[in-house]
Design a protein around this ligand. Sequence first.
Ligand SMILES: Cc1ncc(C[n+]2csc(CCOP(=O)(O)OP(=O)(O)O)c2C)c(N)n1
Ligand SMILES: [Mg+2]
Length: 199
Amino acid sequence: MNKPMGQLLRRKVVKELLAQRGDALVVGGLGAPAWDITNAGDHDLNFPLWGAMGGAAMIGLGLALAQPKKKVLVVTGDGEMLMGVGALATIAVQKPRNLSIVVIDNERYGETGMQETHTAHGVDLAGMAKAAGIVQTFMVRTQAELNRLKQHIYAGEGALFAQIKVDPEKLPLVLPPRDGALLKNRFRAALLGADAAHQ
Ligand SMILES: Cc1ncc(C[n+]2csc(CCOP(=O)(O)OP(=O)(O)O)c2C)c(N)n1
Ligand SMILES: [Mg+2]
């Protein structure tokens, strides 16, 4: 029998994780995770994706390799991660210490009507990450487990992968800016300085 659905509330989870972000670079997977990171406070060093389903972890990997002194956090959905699951193998091989991937797992494709994803049927993304060779993996179902994750997420001991089981609640949208060029330019300016923004 499948385990019960997640109880944690995604907006609270993401807010707690981002409270300690400092100057970390934060990538939000398309849809609800992008709204979650925006709900926690829009930020110049947020890079919310409006598309590119399946690409969030790899965008995070590229950033982590290009900016080894910065912490990089990817917050994405179970559906998005399942689409790009091969990324786990590449991240395991590249071993970026500064990269954390957090999957907000509501066991649903929330944005398109709450269809069940494979995680509703036992697919264990944290187990897949571990088997790929990512050393730090977490399955989080409780506040105590979330608190433990918080101690490691920005420690730079990565790569780190966490799957957080959350309630499949429907929430009001909290949208980031919609203009991709604006998002890219403000991110580059905040990271590299104003001169780099438009290059
Ligand atoms: C290539 C591609 N396929 C499908 C979609 C439609 N789509 C957008 S968001 C989404 C569901 C995302 O689910 P998940 O990552 O689990 O996020 P949740 O909303 O459940 O938090 C889908 C199927 C898309 N944008 N691009
Ligand atoms: Mg989902």
